[in-house]
Design a protein around this ligand. Structure first.
Ligand code: CIR
Length: 262
C-alpha cells in the first residue's frame, strides 16, 4: 500500500477553522506527531510518499481532502474552502502516474473528508465544504464505474468522516447524533462511546485500524470487539480540526492491479 502524506505547513496556525476555537498550535509537536503517524502507517505496511508544503497552504497536511482514490480512478477534488484550492495541483501531479484521473469542476466543491468509500457504495456528505453540484459530479463519474452514490446530510461536523468511518467491509463506526444511522442500511454499525463523538474517525489499513489517543473509551470498545487498533497522539492536528483519516491518501495497489485485470 502507498500512503501519500503532506508536510505540516509552516503556516499551520493559519488553518481554516469551522467549529473549534482557535488555540495556539505547537508546530514542532505537530510535526513530531505527524512523523509518528507516518511511522505507524509504515508499521502497518504502507510505503510513505510525503509531498512538500509551504506557507501558502496552511492546511496542506490534510491531504485526504484533495483526492478520492477509487480502484479505477482517482477523483481530484475542488475543496470547499477557497484557501485550500492551491493544494490540489501538487497532489494531482503526484498521483497521476498511478491511476486515471477525473476532476471536480466549478461550481462543484468536494472535500475528500466527505467521501466514505464502503465497497461499491460512496456515501458523500453534503456539508459546508461539499455541495450538491460536487455530489452530482461524483455521481456521474463513480456511477460510470458502477458505484452507488448516496448523499448524506452532515450536521454541525466539518465532514462526513468526522462522524462515520469504515471498520471492516460491512461495518462502520458511527456517531449517530451527527449523521442519520438509517442512511447506512445493510451495514453493521458500531457506536462511538457517547462521551467521545469525535472518536468516529478511524483509519482502516488492511484489517487494522489507526485511532486517535483522545478517544480511549471508543478505542477500548473497538479492541473489545477484536479490532487491532494502533493509537496515535494527534492533539496538535486536532486543534486544526484534523483527525486520523485526513492526514493520508491511501492507494491500495492490489486494487489497481485487479482493476487492470492483472
Ligand atoms: C479545514 O478546515 O479544512 C482544515 N482545518 C481541517 C481539515 C480536516 N480534514 C478532514 O477531516 N478530512
Amino acid at each position: 500500500m502507498l500512503a501519500f502524506t503532506r508536510a505540516v505547513s509552516p503556516a499551520f496556525d493559519r488553518c481554516e477553522l469551522t467549529h473549534v476555537e482557535r488555540v495556539p498550535i505547537d508546530l514542532p509537536l505537530a510535526i513530531h506527531q505527524h512523523e509518528q503517524y507516518e511511522r505507524t502507517l509504515e508499521r502497518l505496511g504502507c510505503r510513505i510518499e510525503r509531498l512538500p508544503s509551504d506557507a501558502s497552504m496552511p492546511d496542506a497536511v490534510f491531504i485526504e481532502d484533495t483526492a478520492v482514490p477509487l480502484e479505477e480512478v482517482i477523483l481530484i477534488t475542488r475543496p470547499g474552502a477557497a484557501s485550500r484550492r492551491g493544494e490540489v495541483a501538487g497532489v494531482e501531479e503526484t498521483v497521476k502516474r498511478h491511476r486515471l484521473l477525473s476532476r471536480i469542476e466549478t461550481p462543484g466543491t468536494v472535500d475528500g473528508g466527505d467521501v466514505l468509500v464502503a465497497g461499491r457504495t460512496l456515501f458523500v456528505g453534503r456539508s459546508q465544504r461539499t455541495n450538491a453540484e460536487g455530489i452530482a459530479q461524483i455521481g456521474r463519474v463513480a456511477g460510470y464505474f458502477g458505484y452507488v452514490v448516496t448523499p448524506i446530510p452532515v450536521g454541525p461536523r466539518l465532514h462526513l468522516k468526522s462522524a462515520v468511518t469504515t471498520l471492516a467491509g460491512d461495518t462502520l463506526l458511527i456517531d449517530r447524533t451527527a449523521v442519520p444511522a438509517e442512511s447506512f442500511a445493510g451495514f453493521q454499525l458500531v457506536d462511538v462511546h457517547p462521551s467521545e463523538p469525535a472518536g468516529a474517525n478511524v483509519l482502516r489499513i488492511g484489517d487494522r485500524l489507526i485511532a486517535a489517543a483522545a478517544f480511549p473509551r471508543t478505542n477500548e470498545r473497538l479492541a473489545g470487539l477484536g479490532y487491532d487498533v494502533s493509537i496515535v497522539d494527534v492533539s496538535e492536528i486536532a486543534k486544526a480540526e484534523g483527525a486520523v483519516t485526513c492526514c493520508s491518501l491511501i492507494l491500495d495497489r492490489s486494487e489497481q492491479d485487479n482493476a487492470h485485470g492483472r
